[in-house]
Design a protein around this ligand. Structure first.
Ligand code: AMP
Ligand code: ZN
Length: 465
């Protein structure tokens, strides 16, 4: 029953699937720096969509690309005079740490552009063979948008009405609608721009353009046709338009059934972006004492097709909403007696599901949750809440949390004290520095507080004795 708004048709449509399987491609980060929370608005939404898809009984296969080749990553590596991978790797690690802090489920695939160069080259060769691409005098390969009659369909551009720069000298990956042009598939090597970073290809040394990266990885991992393709609205043109052109000209098949675009996170009513300098990273906010859950709640709680203006007051409101839920959860857990009351989990559940199924209408879904919370609080105030209903309600909050991934359901006694987490970090540092006497003393201090250290493939963690 899940419906999504398809940018292509501008209508809500039942989600497209094949034997209840959904293939979803989501444009991922360019790892030249830490992602900002604008980027994470898009990724948190995609996580909500992923969880909703599973909630409604579908199996999902999601791929999110990691862009490690583009002007910005190359510029960064050259500025520090280190290999590209050495430059991008810490930002990739940071990205996954941020995903964890925001409780974003892992996708099935995270392909990095550097691992798919042969697939990109193969696609470009096909486009050349079929006459959709040409080599320009500067040695780069361009896609000729005039050759693809439906170019502009997604963003509703009418090529005939536009002055198109077909000279094929636009090397930029991003440009605006007033400056529409043939776009680059393979950028010929330019030592001044690229230092020593290039790949060999049948068209000479160089590197792929940004758009072909997504087409090639989507095709290799998910196949010629994808059910859902997501990204922020700024990706619609030219990036997604170009992905469609490349993929459909190669395969002759429809590339995507449903296009889903997330509106921007704004600051002072302007898009949050690196270039405007008006951004916060997740780390900035964690350092100010906010939690990953509070940031997730803020990003999640506005419908994805509405712009969201970031403010600290908004973040504080997220904190108090979560606190209200936490207080109720504690209250539900403390109910011990049977009573003959009438809290309606079933009605709340139906309302929540209906809201979610309607293009992920999160505001209505959260309204259902908070109405239920109020109803339970009133019953508890009147001492009419029975243990069976409290248990039912807790079960429902747990089910909701599988979708929202943000509810404060952890029992207080399950939470590990911050001092112990810090002690564990120090113990790890001491071990790395081979200061075993100190690390053993720290282990003993942790043990004396009733916790043991467990070594796992993801690192050491604490467990209550
Ligand atoms: P980028 O690394 O700039 O390619 O962006 C990665 C993803 O974040 C893309 O899907 C963008 O559309 C999205 N994005 C970038 N800025 C924002 C913003 N201010 N609000 C929401 N999504 C954004
Ligand atoms: Zn993409």
């Amino acid at each position: 029953m899940l419906k999504l708004f398809n940018t292509q048709s501008r209508e809500k449509e039942l989600v497209h699937s094949h034997n209840s399987h959904i293939k979803m491609y989501t444009c991922g980060p360019t790892i030249y720096d830490f992602a900002h929370i604008g980027n994470f608005r898009t990724y948190v939404f995609e996580d909500l969509l992923r969880r909703a898809i599973q909630h409604f009984g579908f199996k999902i296969e999601q791929a999110m690309n990691i862009t490690d080749i583009d002007d910005k990553t190359i510029r960064g590596a050259l500025a520090r005079n280190i290999p590209l991978k050495e430059y991008t790797e810490p930002f990739k690690t940071a990205f996954f740490e941020d995903l964890d802090a925001l409780n974003i489920q892992r996708a099935e695939h995270y392909p990095a552009a550097t691992d798919y160069i042969p697939e990109m080259i193969q696609m470009i060769e096909q486009l050349l063979e079929k006459g959709y691409a040409y080599k320009s005098p500067n040695g780069s390969i361009y896609f000729s948008i005039r050759q693809f009659s439906t170019y502009g369909r997604l963003s509703r551009l009418k090529l005939a009405d536009l002055k198109v720069n077909a000279s094929g000298d636009n090397q930029a990956d991003e440009y605006d609608k007033d400056n529409i042009s043939d776009f680059v598939l393979w950028k010929a090597f330019d030592p001044e721009r690229d230092g020593k970073i290039f790949w060999e290809s049948p068209f000479g040394k160089g590197r792929p353009g940004w758009h072909i990266e997504c087409s090639a990885m989507a095709n290799k991992i998910l196949g010629e046709t994808i059910d859902i393709h997501c990204g922020g609205v700024d990706n619609m043109f030219p990036h997604h338009e170009n992905e469609i052109a490349q993929s459909e000209c190669c395969s002759g098949q429809r590339f995507v059934y449903q296009w889903v675009h997330v509106e921007h996170l704004l600051v002072d009513h302007k898009k949050m972006s690196k270039s405007l300098g008006n951004f916060y990273t997740l780390r900035d906010l964690l350092q100010k004492g906010y939690s990953g859950s509070e940031v997730r709640y803020l990003l999640l709680s506005t419908h994805y097709r509405t712009q969201l203006n970031f403010t600290f007051a908004g973040l504080d409101a997220a904190r108090s909403s979560l606190q209200r839920i936490e207080d109720l959860i504690e209250r539900l857990r403390s109910v011990k007696e049977s009573k003959s009351s009438t809290a309606s989990s079933e009605r709340a559940k139906t309302r929540f599901d209906a809201a979610l199924a309607d293009d992920l209408n999160i505001s209505s879904a959260l309204a259902a949750l908070f109405d239920f919370l109020r109803e339970l609080n009133v019953l508890a105030d009147q001492d009419k809440l029975g243990v069976e209903e409290a248990r039912e309600a807790l079960k429902l909050f747990e089910e909701w949390d599988k979708i929202l991934g943000v509810l404060p359901l952890k029992k207080k006694e399950d939470e590990i004290p911050v001092e112990l987490t810090r002690l564990l970090e120090e113990r790890e540092k001491a071990r790395k520095e081979k200061n075993f006497k100190q690390s053993d003393a720290m282990r003993d201090a942790i043990l004396s507080q009733g916790y043991v250290i467990e070594d796992t493939p993801k690192g050491a963690r604490l467990k209550k004795l």
